[in-house]
Design a protein around this ligand. Structure first.
Ligand SMILES: *Cc1c(COP(=O)(O)O)cnc(C)c1O
Length: 460
């Protein structure tokens, strides 16, 4: 009997556990121009490791500032934890291809198969491990949509750390189940802005009744970490170290594609702070920079928070309270408060310094897409491929579909790979709005953006 699948490639490609990468890949080592250094907001001089170590864990600081080591071994306890939910599958989207009638081959790397529901666990477990190893007892963080807080709560429970989460107030109220998952893992969750920090009190006094923002929650979490003995602050995106940990996504994708004998033409990912995208593209971008192979790489962002496509490449504050170092990045200004778009994870005003530099050098493209067209793509994906995608991830689906339709129009058999970063289970409010036809698209005007740019710090 012929048991061979008639398809060219299987629906799902898993690596074996032994094929999990043993080291993260540090793309900065291959970049000709390195990301600009973080600056101390008081002196405007590059921050030193010692300064950063007041806020972040020692080993994370070392990784943050390491622009030269290409491969950084994954510690065994982290690798063991990865084995519980990794490798994640690379899936051929046969049903979506068929529905689109495209000659393109579409693959997606699915990171939503763990309880936290997204790729953020890849960095959470690494950062929690380094905190534990340093002998810390408490960690603080912020969460917007809730995915990072959930991932870090899981990771903290695993290593016996107490996790304090500042959750953006509107999200705290809209997503009670997210909150309860975090509390079940032992974290305490405080709506931000709160009255438990100086910066929270100040923001509450200045903007009574505010719904909060990510930049504000970051300031509160940093303040709490600095004031608490034996605690540090952990961040789930934007930073170099987070991009480094997420390279596990790209390394697995590269290995799985090699098994299939496939080479991608286009690689697509959604971009909030840029961590999943940098992770997915890292090994491919490395080949591109080294001149070994060319790929088209596309970052997708919401039209409501368009850091790449309409932002400025400049030094800016990472948080509202201006306590974090200044970072050179594509930014809308730390004072920019995006409209309450549902893709909570993509609402940050800035972008990874590494991706910003790559984009400035023309090594990747960026596209901004509107929310209703994102949910249209999400719905098509759910109905064809079965998986309910997170709204953030659906930005990548939107552009993957657009690229597949371009291939159809041009009669091209290209290979498209995109990152499906998470599940949409906690976003049913947003799906409800879309299904009811009450979702709207908000695009900031040039005047809205100018107000944010006017507040950029003067650095030369
Ligand atoms: C947080 C999040 C994102 C965006 O964050 P990046 O750092 O840009 O990767 C995208 N998708 C999901 C599901 C998320 O939780």
């Amino acid at each position: 009997m012929n048991t061979k699948n008639a398809n060219e490639t299987p629906y799902k490609t898993y690596l074996s556990e032994n094929e999990l990468p043993a080291a993260w890949y540090n793309l900065r080592a291959d970049m000709k121009t390195k990301p600009a250094p973080l600056l101390n907001p008081a002196t405007l001089k590059p921050v030193t490791a010692e300064e950063l170590e007041h806020v972040f864990c020692r080993e994370c600081v070392r990784q943050e500032l390491d622009n030269t080591t290409p491969l950084i071994p994954i510690p065994k306890p982290v690798l063991d934890f990865y084995r519980m939910y990794r490798p994640s599958p690379l899936i051929r989207a046969y049903f979506l291809e068929k529905a689109l009638g495209t000659p393109a081959r579409i693959y997606y790397k699915f990171e939503g198969n763990n309880t936290s529901g997204s790729h953020k666990l890849n960095s959470a477990i690494a950062q929690a491990y380094y905190a534990k190893e340093q002998g810390l007892t408490d960690i603080t963080t912020e969460t917007g949509a809730g995915q990072w807080g959930t991932a870090l709560s899981m990771a903290s429970a695993f290593f016996g750390l107490k996790c304090h989460v500042y959750m953006v107030k509107c999200s705290y109220e809209q997503k009670p189940f997210r909150r309860e998952v975090m509390r079940t893992y032992g974290a305490d969750v405080t709506p931000s802005p709160s009255m438990t920090t100086d910066i929270g009190k100040k923001i509450n006094a200045e903007f009574p009744g505010t719904n909060g923002s990510l930049g504000c929650a970051i300031s509160e979490a940093v303040e709490a970490a600095v004031k608490m003995p034996n605690a540090r602050y952990l961040l789930g995106s934007v930073l170099n170290q987070v991009c480094l940990h997420q390279s596990v996504i790209g390394l697995e994708t590269q290995a799985a594609l090699r098994k299939l004998g496939e080479t991608p033409d286009v690689i697509i990912g959604c971009a909030g702070g840029g961590s999943n995208l940098s992770g997915l593209i890292a090994p491919f971008m490395g080949e591109k920079i080294r001149g070994e192979h060319d790929y088209r790489i596309i970052a997708v962002e919401p039209a409501s928070c368009p850091s790449f496509t309409r932002g400025k490449y400049a030094y800016d504050f990472c948080d509202t309270g201006k306590v974090c170092p200044l970072q050179k990045m594509y930014t809308l200004g730390s004072a920019f408060i995006p409209s309450p778009s549902h893709a909570g994870g993509l609402r940050y005003h800035g972008m990874s310094a590494m991706l910003s530099e790559l984009y400035a050098e023309g090594l990747m493209e960026a596209r901004a897409v509107e929310q209703t067209s994102v949910f249209e793509a999400a719905t098509m994906f759910a109905r064809t491929e079965g998986t309910l995608p997170a709204p953030e991830s659906s930005h990548a689906i939107r552009v993957a579909i657009d690229e597949a339709l371009r291939c159809k129009a041009e009669g091209k058999t290209e290979t498209i790979v995109f990152g499906l970063t998470g599940t949409g289970y906690f976003d049913m409010f947003a799906y409800g709005n879309y299904n009811d036809g009450t979702m709207s698209d908000y695009i900031p005007t040039d005047a809205d953006l100018a107000a944010g740019f006017a507040m950029l710090p003067k650095v030369d």
